[in-house]
Design a binder for this molecule. Structure first.
Ligand SMILES: [Zn+2]
Length: 150
C-alpha cells in the first residue's frame, strides 16, 4: 500500500467508530481505498438523515483532532473474542483455521480484526469529508464515500 492508502485506510477505522457511535451500525460489509478516496459499506436498515450524516462526519473529525493512538497487536482468537466480542469481525468471515488474530484498536472508539497497515495516530489522517451516501435497501447496506481533504 502507498502511504496515502495507509492514511485513507486508517480513516476507514476512524469513520467506522463514528458510524458505530452515531448510527449504531456495527457490521462492516466492505471497505475500499484508492488514493485519498475511500468507501465504507456497513449493514444498516435505512437511509440516514442529512443531520445524522453531518454528526458522523463531525464525530470522525473530532477523533482526528484528538490525535488518538492507533494500536496494532496480535491475540489468540479465542481470547480476542472473549475480550472484545464479535464486533471485531466484519461480515466477510475469517477462516476457522486462523487461530491468532491481528487487531487494530482506537481506544474507546473502534476495534477490528485487520491485517492492513495503519498510521500510529488519528491526527495524521487529516480532514474527512463525506460524499453523498448510497443506501441499498435490498441488501440493507449503507455506502459512505469519503475524501481526505488535507
Ligand atoms: Zn485496518
Amino acid at each position: 500500500m502507498s502511504s496515502e492508502d495507509v492514511r485513507t485506510h486508517t480513516a476507514v477505522h476512524v469513520l467506522k467508530g463514528a458510524v458505530q457511535s452515531v448510527l449504531g451500525a456495527n457490521w462492516t460489509a466492505s471497505t475500499n481505498v484508492s488514493g485519498s478516496h475511500g468507501r465504507l459499506t456497513v449493514q444498516f436498515d435505512r437511509k440516514p438523515t442529512d443531520e445524522e450524516l453531518a454528526r458522523v462526519e463531525e464525530a470522525a473529525n473530532r477523533k482526528v483532532s484528538e490525535g488518538a493512538e492507533v494500536l496494532e497487536f496480535e491475540m489468540e482468537r479465542q481470547e480476542a473474542e472473549g475480550h472484545f466480542g464479535k464486533q471485531i469481525y466484519d461480515l466477510f468471515p475469517v477462516p476457522e483455521t486462523v487461530t491468532r488474530l491481528k487487531l487494530v484498536r482506537i481506544p474507546d472508539w473502534n476495534i477490528n480484526c485487520c491485517v492492513e497497515a495503519h498510521l500510529d495516530s488519528t491526527s495524521e489522517v487529516g480532514r474527512i469529508r463525506l460524499g453523498k451516501p448510497r443506501f441499498r435497501n435490498s441488501r440493507k447496506e449503507l455506502e459512505l464515500e469519503f475524501e481526505l481533504t488535507d
